[in-house]
Design a protein. Structure first.
Length: 175
């Protein structure tokens, strides 16, 4: 049984079995979504629940596609989704290119000092595997960062890295 769209009391409605849905004009679709999704009683529950909620009373062609796109752009949905259920990608040993060409590294400073004395956060991300590590550090010295990168990040990939110490603080990294 196909749904039918009819004009009833000067309003365009869609009959789908026993359900009656208001056909929403294009000019009001995003406003309806925003009011329902991000209004004072909204919970940012994602596109599937948003679609189910709106489908009870409303209809427009391409509804699923529009709601998916709007939910992907919603900052509240991103926050409520939280971190991915599996935050690390599959580890793969990369044989081509230098490892530092594949990795983004940053040091976050200005953080509150932890009871253990950590006040920096070293963040390293491998672009190919999407592997991410956040390593707390007591200082941001080069040798501290390199030791942390090797022991908590590069060694997980099986890369042939070794830290060599020449006269104390001077370090060479062999790849």
């Amino acid at each position: 049984m196909r749904p039918t769209i009819i004009l009833q009391n000067q309003v365009l409605v869609r009959w789908d079995g026993d359900a009656v849905q208001l056909v929403v004009p294009q000019s009001l679709r995003h406003q309806l979504f925003t009011h329902t999704h991000a209004g004072p009683l909204a919970a940012h529950l994602g596109s599937q629940r948003m679609l189910a909620q709106l489908r009870r009373l409303y209809y427009w062609p391409g509804m699923r596609k529009d709601i998916d796109a709007w939910c992907r752009q919603c900052e509240g949905c991103t926050i409520s989704r939280g971190p991915p259920s599996r935050p690390h990608g599959h580890l793969r040993k990369v044989s081509a290119g230098a490892p530092m060409d594949l990795v983004a590294i940053d040091i976050l400073s200005g953080l509150p000092v932890t009871p253990d004395g950590y006040k920096y956060l070293l963040v390293a991300t491998d672009y190919f595997t999407k592997w991410l590590e956040a390593i707390p550090l007591c200082d941001a010295e080069a040798h501290t960062c390199m030791r942390a990168l090797y022991s908590a990040f590069f060694s997980r990939f099986g890369l042939p890295c070794q830290l060599h110490s020449d006269q104390g603080a001077t370090l060479r990294v062999s790849w």
